[in-house]
Design a protein around this ligand. Structure first.
Ligand code: SDX
Length: 432
């Protein structure tokens, strides 16, 4: 029996259909509310509003569950690879051995960017934030692939476009880093895997071939898996929003990178390290910063804490914290920042303010400590988040575009609270 929600407006009863998800999540379908009642709903920040149905990722914020296409995140981190998770998220199934080889070959094949683009990088000042460069360069890729811009692409063109982005965004990210340190750009090597190739492009120089230590390679592969998707977060919703106008995928991903940059979203991983360094410089006084975070008159927030969906420990933060201990031990690094992070977490998990608001460490709280240990500079942390999230953005774009005949441009409504109708006053009749 179809479940319905009953609504009464001005004495008139209405019945609205209820949509039930695979894990029994419930949503009231209001897609005909305005037509039926003249009313819209209002939900700033969309905390109570579902924008779509999706079969890509499932999050249970109360239980701290995260699954990609039904596979638990811990299982994928232990047994899969980032490249395989890219395929899973985009195509919905784990690849056969043959399909996986073809997929990896296609991604490797598209790793070259047009040589003209190298001059774009040198036009930026050395201090340019790599997120600014990355979003601009990703949109600029569309200039060199006019054959991939038509709005209604066939499956083949979509595969090509997606592979170009999966391959090239990693190259653009490494080139942005090389630009910032004034070193020559380094190209991919066909014999290296996706992660090793990225680290090769980042840290190889004409005088030293970088070889990625297996412990580091696995930790970075896991970090990428953990960031790969997270259902309708701010940047993924941005990619869907831009893609809904039939703008090309390069433009949609570029917009997603910009949304991710904010410190309330992916930019938090950079802000966490800057916060931890500030606490370290202040003598490691965690309690002082905890009190600041609770002071409503102080804009300071504990970066890397809290989440719109997780009201339990973010399962990704748990896995990253484990890798922090493992990698720092392996490298023989005793990073005081890690101890401060653990001290802050310990204080927060026993503080009534944080307990009442269910504020736990999120994906960004420990990730920066791993990136630091890998010698990745702080201003590249959110670029690393973008590299990880790229397959999720692509998967959501594809899911939306592939929805047979259902593509509707995203265009929310509003409740107007401005001035009522008024007559124009010529400037010489206006009060001084
Ligand atoms: C990501 O959506 C996703 O899935 C995102 C993400 C992904 O994978 O895509 O998981 C990645 O963006 C993780 C979040 C990274 N951002 C940060 O770490 C920034 C710090 N955290 C916040 O600013 C905040 O917690 C958000 C933005 C993450 C969530 O904000 P909400 O859901 O809008 O919650 P809110 O701002 O309404 O806060 C509720 C209460 C408020 O207090 P009261 O008004 O009830 O007294 O909790 C307080 C807030 O002041 N609060 C915090 C806090 N986070 C929330 N107080 C101090 N420090 C914090 N970090």
């Amino acid at each position: 029996m179809q479940e319905t929600a009953k609504l009464e407006l001005n004495g008139i009863p209405y019945e609205l259909p209820v949509v039930t998800g695979t894990e029994n999540e419930k949503g009231v379908d209001i897609s005909r509310l305005k037509a039926q009642t003249g009313y819209i709903t209002l939900d700033s920040g969309y905390a109570n509003t579902g924008s779509c149905v999706s079969s890509i990722t499932y999050i249970d914020g109360d239980q701290g569950i995260l699954r990609y296409r039904g596979y638990d995140i811990a299982d994928l981190c232990e047994k899969s690879t980032f490249m395989e998770v890219c395929y899973l998220l985009i195509y919905g199934e784990l690849p056969s051995a043959g399909d996986f080889v073809s997929f990896k070959d296609k991604v490797l094949y598209h790793s070259l960017i047009h040589e003209d683009m190298k001059s774009f990088f040198t036009a930026y000042p050395g201090h340019a934030h790599p997120m600014a460069i990355l979003s601009a360069m990703v949109c600029s890729l569309s200039v060199y692939h006019p054959e991939l811009l038509q709005p209604d692409q066939g499956a083949g063109e979509k595969d090509e476009t997606m592979a170009h982005l999966l391959s090239k965004v990693r190259v653009l990210a490494a080139f942005a880093y090389k630009r910032s340190v004034g070193e020559a750009f380094v190209y991919t090597k066909p014999e290296l895997d996706y992660i090793s190739n990225f680290m090769h492009m980042m840290f190889t120089t004409p005088v030293k071939l970088h070889q990625t230590d297996e412990v580091i390679r696995k930790a970075l592969d896991v970090l990428m898996i953990l960031h790969a998707d997270h259902e309708q977060n701010c940047s993924t919703s941005t990619v869907r929003m831009v893609g809904s106008s039939k703008a090309n995928l390069f433009a949609a991903i570029s917009a997603g990178i910009c949304a991710l940059w904010g410190p309330l979203h992916g930019g938090a991983n950079q802000a966490v390290i800057e916060m931890l360094e500030q606490i370290a410089a202040d003598g490691g006084n965690c309690k002082k910063f905890m009190d600041k975070a609770k002071d409503k008159n102080d804009p300071f927030r504990l970066m890397g804490f809290g989440h719109r969906v997780y009201k339990n420990y973010d399962p990704r933060a748990q896995i990253i914290k484990k890798y922090c201990d493992q990698v720092l031990h392996h490298l023989g690094i005793d990073d005081p920042i890690l101890e401060i992070a653990k001290g802050l977490e310990e204080l927060a998990l026993t503080d009534p303010y944080f307990i009442e608001r269910k504020l736990y460490p999120n994906v960004d709280f420990y990730s920066g400590i791993l990136y630091r240990a890998m010698k990745i500079p702080t201003n590249m942390f959110t670029v690393m988040f973008a590299l990880g999230r790229l397959p999720g953005w692509i998967a959501h774009w594809k899911e939306m575009i592939d929805e047979a005949g259902a593509l509707k441009i995203a265009r929310p409504r509003q409740i107007y609270t401005g001035e009522p109708l008024r007559a124009y006053t010529p400037i010489n009749q206006r009060a001084a």
